[in-house]
Design a protein around this ligand. Sequence first.
Ligand SMILES: CC(C)(COP(=O)(O)OP(=O)(O)OC[C@H]1O[C@@H](n2cnc3c(N)ncnc32)[C@H](O)[C@@H]1OP(=O)(O)O)[C@@H](O)C(=O)NCCC(=O)NCCSC(=O)C[C@@](O)(CC(=O)O)C(=O)O
Length: 270
Amino acid sequence: MSHARPDPTVRDVSDWWSTSVSRIEPNRIELRGRPVQDLIGSISFAGIIWLMLRGETATPGQERLLEAALVSSVDHGPHAPSIAVARMAATCGIGLNNAVATGVNLLGDVHGGAGEQCMALLADVRRLHQQGAGLATAAETTVGAWQARSKYLPGFGHRFHSVDPRRDPLLGQVEQAVSDGVVDGSYLHAAQAIERVLAAGRTRPVPINIDGCTAVVYAELGFPPPLARGLFVLSRSVGILAHAWEETGQGRRNKGPMPPSILPTFTEGA
Ligand SMILES: CC(C)(COP(=O)(O)OP(=O)(O)OC[C@H]1O[C@@H](n2cnc3c(N)ncnc32)[C@H](O)[C@@H]1OP(=O)(O)O)[C@@H](O)C(=O)NCCC(=O)NCCSC(=O)C[C@@](O)(CC(=O)O)C(=O)O
């Protein structure tokens, strides 16, 4: 006798994986209602990402901006933790898929995933501004409230860039999209206002970083915050794959984080 309780949300066994993303039947593949044979050769990769996540076709302006953000965050060299760890993994005999997963699994609140929280930060500034506060006041109030919890604001600061070279071209694309009427610029202005608050009184600014710049784009385009992280993962997977593949080709085995001639400092009696 079965003791399983019936699930009222499941009327039929075919409801178990019910989805509006894709429809797959013998000799039929539709993605968001569009036959795959109509998409192949006619839609860009950024376009299919938009279609799959949003369920509708991007306008050319939306697609251009999404593509710019995806391009901007693909790689940051073996200094970047997500790349370094994927290269190390590739030398350990675990296969390319596991090397890529190792890199992707390093992306989070501190590295490559801060766009999710950054979008919430920008939304706070935007909301106060929309309620009537001046932009500078809205940014100061929000920075104060967030820094009462942590001095590190998501989407700002970089371990060695004082101006991230990805910042101006990407934010320039957002400005262009504002001029073209694609987005309204409110998240861009919130980010710039926070940057000004953080720079005040400092010789070394705390710049908006790539997680923050891409969060501006994804917020302007109307993606929900968790997808800022998801889209960063998609983009960085390209760089992770390229590095893992190159490292695989170099044939090294069991490569550690630094040359064996450099020994970690042993801290006596800790
Ligand atoms: C990223 C880092 C750990 C860097 O730290 P730093 O080394 O600079 O930190 P510190 O030396 O502690 O700070 C020096 C002084 O600046 C102040 N300060 C620093 N950050 C501040 C901030 N956010 N808000 C206010 N104040 C800040 C701090 O208070 C101190 O002030 P003071 O005590 O007065 O001297 C830090 O910013 C941070 O956690 N950010 C938030 C999380 C975030 O957005 N993550 C994404 C980073 S992008 C990325 O992951 C992609 C990447 O670019 C990565 C790559 O390649 O690495 C790629 O493409 O792969």
